[in-house]
Unconditional design. Structure first.
Length: 117
C-alpha cells in the first residue's frame, strides 16, 4: 500500500441568542494525525472568539476572532496540533455574542490506512 496523506475536515455549526461559550467534542483520532488549520465564521452580534482543543490543551496560542460573514483562519504553532491515536478534538466558542458560529478544523492524516472516518 502506498503512502497517502489524507485531509479530514471536522466542523460544528452553533446557533443561539447569543451562542454560549463551550467546548464541543467533534472527533476522536483513530491514528496519529495533526490539526493543520482552524477556521471560524460568525454572523450576528459583535464578536466570537473560537479555538480548538486536543484534550484540554488549546490548539492555537491565542483565540481566533471569527470573521463576520467570511471565514477567518489560524494555523497551530509547531507541535500544537499534533494528535496521538485516541486523542479527542473539541471545537470551542471561547467568548462573544454571535448568533451563529461555524468552527472548522482541517486534520492531516499521514498514515497508511484504508479507512479513516
Amino acid at each position: 500500500m502506498a503512502y497517502q496523506r489524507r485531509m479530514i475536515t471536522e466542523s460544528i455549526r452553533l446557533t443561539g441568542a447569543p451562542v454560549a461559550s463551550a467546548a464541543h467534542v467533534v472527533w476522536r483520532a483513530p491514528v496519529a494525525c495533526k490539526v493543520v488549520a482552524l477556521r471560524g465564521y460568525r454572523t450576528g452580534g459583535a464578536a466570537a472568539a473560537v479555538n480548538a482543543q486536543i484534550g484540554s490543551t488549546d490548539v492555537l496560542a491565542a483565540d481566533l476572532t471569527a470573521g463576520d460573514a467570511t471565514f477567518t483562519s489560524g494555523t497551530p504553532a509547531s507541535g500544537a496540533g499534533d494528535m496521538a491515536a485516541g486523542d479527542i478534538l473539541s471545537l470551542e466558542v471561547a467568548s462573544g455574542d454571535a448568533t451563529l458560529v461555524v468552527i472548522q478544523a482541517d486534520i492531516a492524516v499521514d498514515a497508511d490506512v484504508y479507512d479513516v472516518a
